[in-house]
Every structure is written in C-alpha cells, then in structure tokens.
Design a protein around this ligand. Structure first.
Ligand SMILES: [Zn+2]
Length: 470
C-alpha cells in the first residue's frame, strides 16, 4: 500500500514532515523543526517512526526553519541521501541552518552555565558544524524541471510565491500501472495584487490551473483574514511616533527577505520624510550575507520590488544603516540610548540576538516592539504580541512596558479568501485534500469555509496519521 504519513505540521504550524511511502521508496517532503509549545518542541528529540537511514530522499519546499530546520538532525540520525530544493533555497539554507545550529549550541551552553535545564549536560539538537556538513548534500533543482527519483517517482517544483525560492512540489507516482498526482503546497504566498499585499517581493504563483489526485495544503491563516489596506501609512506612523517620543523600534524578523523587504519600505519612508532619519541596525550574524542572497535572486522579485532595488541599490551602501555581524557590534547597540530602529531575528523570538534587545528594552514604555510576521502559539513572539505583562527570556521574567504592534500585511501566507481564489483555478476537484500546517482552530475554520464554497473533500491531517494513496 502506498501512503502519505504526516510526521509534523499536523495539529500545529511547525515541524513540517510528510512521508511518501510507495513501497519502493520513502521520500520526505520537508523536514522542519517543531517550534513553540513544549509538547511539540519535545518531538524534536524523538526518533522518527521509521529509521532515518531508510529514507531515500528529502524534497524541501523552502528555507523556513519549520520546514528545513530538522534536516541536520535527520543526518545525525543516520540519513544518507540528498536534499533537493530550488537554487535560492539552497543559498538560504546555507545561512539559516548553520545559524540554527549556532543558536542551539549557545542555548545549550547557557543552560549548562546556569544549570537551568533538567538535562545534564544540556545538548544542542545539532551544532553549527553538523549543519555545515549536511549542506554538502543539498542539490539545487531549478523550477519547472521534471526530476526522477525512480522510474515510478517523478516531481518538479512550481512557484509557491511564499518566500524567495519557495516551491510547491508536484509529485507523479506510477502505481499499479496508473498514475497518481500529489501536490504538497508547502507555504503559499499572497495573491498577486500588490495593492493588497504591498511590499511583496516574490511575484509568480501560486501556480494556476492545477490538477491533482491528492492535495496537501497549508492552513496557517484559516481563522484570520489579512487587512486589505496599504501597510505603509500605519507603519510610518508607528515608527515616527516611537522615534519622536525618544524610543527605539525593535522589529523581530526572519533575516532574509522579510528583513530586506522591511528595510526597503523604511528607506522609502525616510527618503519621503515620513519617518525621521535615525540609525537603523540590522543585527544578525548573517546580516551581510542575507542582503547578498536577497540581491542575488532578483529573478523572483515583483516589478515594484525590482524598481525599489533599482532606485536605492544595495542596503549595504545606505548611510546610517548598520549591518552588525559580530557579537561585539551587537553588544554595542545595547549601550546606545538615542532613538533608532533595530531589526533582528529570530522572527518569532524563539532565539537569536533579538532576545538581548528585548531583554534590554521591553521594560521601557518609550519603545515599540513591531511584529511583521506570523507568531506561532507558545513562542515568545506570540506571548508578547498577545499583550502579556511579562515574558521569560534567559530564565528571567522580563516585564513588558514597551508598546507592542503588529502589521499583518507583511504576511507571506495566503488567507482563506486568497486560497479560495487559487483553488477555484483548479481544473477539477482533487479526490483527497488534506489540510496541514495550521493550529486546530485555523484548520477547522478553513475546512468549514472551503467545504462550503467548493464542496470538495477537505480533511484535517492528524499527527502520525497514514493516508492511503488510492
Ligand atoms: Zn514558510
């Protein structure tokens, strides 16, 4: 029996791992890390239900950690195969995965120093070196090229328009003489209209006119709709008011693409005089590399993103914009008191240098924490965003007196109406549709809304569930 098994991102938005078992081959679509709630994070330490060495290939949709962050661990568990992904995803993983290893080493060191873990010694899930090592097995696969893992297993990437390099995986299986088609969407980007999704960087997709037997689709925004207004006036107002009262704006953001998108909009506002010209710190060990990767993949940009890049050139050359790569640079920011903007990762405040900045600045009501990305339940980002009075950072309760705001328009996830718009372009209804990558409430609401509109067979994937490919 050929089947799909949901080994992650089922019942939650993180830890994406979908196993396709054809009898001859076992292929993992995505191999993400669980983030957020402890009950899920603990699964990062558990073995897969099948031995890693028996997996034949990994096909990766994009470079967010909840899709790629468990790959170095898979190798540690004995995986010997390749990781297939698009060229931009390879470049992004080259910075994202070693950084993730580095953060986990730092976290383990911290716990060992402060004896704050029940494990002695506390260990990293994998190290920076483990991550560097596994990157040698990454294979760049261009979009729209047909690939064969075996005579019976073919696939290709089509644009998902979520982040740079993000692709959906179209799989064609030859089973018992008949062909079965499967689509794994990974994360799906916003609609094409740039007035509705201002600042959108990647343009093409999601691919229209699809046809498939089984659709495995994300449901992150199943219970919310994005505002359809231009984000820029509100973003300018929030930043301007904070700077005028002498505060600092702290922006947790994924280091590549989301950060650059924010920088270009900020630059435009400063040039227009909508925001005062204060120092901007992009604080990340991969700050410079992140800009270079961003500038190297202009092939995926929207016309508007291309125009901004053409007008302002590389952020590395902008006066008053600082790219802080070393820890020393990062520490110096803490000593500076005058108004400024700090952009740092991780985007959901699960680790990284953003922790130090928040530790220093959360208790000052002059400051503003500005979220420009999705915050998964249980993450510090979601706790701060929800209006909590304090948050735990480095084993301390830090009081939150700073103002907190969130701009949902930056989202790179389609909401239900946008997904509906895409699904309506399908040539016919899939025989099975499985919703993954959503919290239970989001998946349930999306299931209800889409079933009502389309009359398709929508199911919510359960963790560890096996689904027959019939
Ligand atoms: Zn993603």
């Amino acid at each position: 029996m050929a089947y799909i098994q949901f080994l992650g991102a089922a019942g939650t938005v993180t830890g994406s791992k979908h196993l396709i078992n054809t009898g001859d081959l076992q292929v993992l679509i995505d191999c993400g890390m669980f983030q957020g709630k402890k009950e899920w994070r603990e699964k990062n330490w558990q073995d897969l239900p099948i031995p890693a060495r028996e997996i034949d290939a990994v096909i990766l949709t994009h470079a967010h950690l909840d899709h790629c962050g468990w790959i170095p661990r898979l190798y540690k568990e004995g995986y010997k195969g390749k990781v297939y992904c698009t060229p931009a995803t390879v470049d992004l993983c080259k910075v994202v995965l070693p950084d993730s290893g580095h953060l986990q080493e730092e976290e383990a060191d911290f716990h060992n120093k402060h004896k704050s873990s029940k494990h002695d010694p506390a260990l990293p899930l994998y190290t920076e070196e483990d991550a560097e090592e596994c990157l040698k097995n990454f294979v760049a696969v261009p979009f729209y090229t047909d690939q064969k893992l075996s005579e019976k297993f073919q696939y290709r990437f089509v644009h998902a328009a979520h982040i740079m390099g993000s692709g959906m995986v179209e799989v064609t299986l030859g089973l018992n003489g008949s062909k079965k088609r499967l689509i794994f969407t990974g994360d799906i980007g916003r609609v094409r209209d740039s007035n509705i999704a201002p600042g959108k960087v990647v343009h093409e997709g999601p691919e229209e006119g699809e046809q498939t037997d089984i659709l495995v689709m994300e449901s992150t925004y199943g219970n919310r709709e994005h505002p359809k207004t231009d984000v820029r006036p509100e973003m300018a107002r929030l930043i301007r008011e904070t700077l005028q009262r002498g505060g600092t704006v702290i922006v947790p953001a994924f280091a590549v693409e989301r950060t650059q998108k924010f920088l270009f909009l900020l630059k435009e506002m400063m040039e227009a005089g909508d925001v005062p010209n204060v120092p901007v710190h992009v604080d990340s060990p991969m700050a410079i590399k992140a800009v270079e990767i961003f500038m190297n993949h202009a092939e995926e940009f929207t016309e508007r993103a291309k125009a901004l890049v053409a007008q302002y050139g590389s952020p590395l050359k902008w006066p008053n914009f600082h790219f802080d790569c070393t820890q020393e640079d990062s520490r110096k920011i803490n000593d500076q008191k005058f108004p400024m903007v700090i952009v740092s990762s991780s985007g959901m405040v699960t680790g990284g240098r953003i922790l130090h900045h928040l530790m220093h600045r959360l208790s000052d009501p002059h400051n503003l924490v500005l979220f420009i990305g999705f915050q998964s339940p249980g993450t510090r980002g979601q706790i701060i965003k929800s209006g909590a009075k304090s948050v735990r950072i480095f084993s301390q309760d830090v009081t939150i007196r700073a103002r907190v705001a969130a701009l949902e328009q930056f989202s790179d996830h389609a909401d239900t109406p946008e997904l509906l718009q895409w699904l309506r372009t399908f040539k016919s209804a899939p025989s099975q549709t499985w919703l993954v990558h959503g919290e239970p409430d989001a998946a349930t609401k999306m299931q209800a809304a889409l079933t009502q509109e389309l009359k398709w067979n929508f199911n919510i994937a359960q963790y560890m569930q096996k689904v027959e490919i019939d």
